[in-house]
Design a protein. Structure first.
Length: 148
């Protein structure tokens, strides 16, 4: 009973907005890191690495991240009118986030050439950013429902 009083209940709109904002922010951060690395490379290498990252981004968006975002939106849509704010991601996703942050820190401090890291970061960051658009579209439809 006490736990339910302490739970930060939030309308579903805010959960979807929080998820979209989180995905966008992380996507932008990763793309910014990739750009910083590409900016230091020889033009030809930077173009090849950037192109590989862009192709990877589209593939990752289409086959992985878009499906995850849509599944999460479906999960959020099943909640009652209000739910715990931290439910904007599934609980197992928090473990995945911790692992990804640790992996990212390890990769950034590894001897792996920056052109490879830039392509990987652009792939994941761009796919996250594109997939975040699903959240904003759903939020738009919740705020401005279609009139019959």
């Amino acid at each position: 009973m006490l736990f339910s009083k302490l739970k930060p209940a939030t309308p579903i709109n805010w959960l979807i907005a929080a998820a979209g904002f989180t995905w966008s922010t992380v996507g932008i951060l990763l793309c910014r890191l990739a750009y910083g690395w590409l900016d230091t490379l020889i033009f030809r290498v930077a173009v090849l690495s950037g192109a590989a990252g862009m192709v990877g981004m589209l593939v990752a968006y289409h086959f992985v991240f878009s499906a995850i975002a849509l599944k999460n939106i479906g999960r959020l849509s099943l909640f009652p009118e209000k739910a715990c704010f931290f439910a904007f991601q599934a609980w197992k996703s928090y473990l995945i986030i911790v692992v990804m942050v640790a992996l990212g820190a390890t990769l950034r401090h590894s001897p792996i050439p920056r052109e490879y890291l830039a392509a990987l970061y652009l792939t994941i960051g761009g796919a996250l950013l594109l997939s975040s658009l699903h959240y904003y579209v759903r939020l738009w439809h919740l705020i401005f429902p279609r009139k019959p």
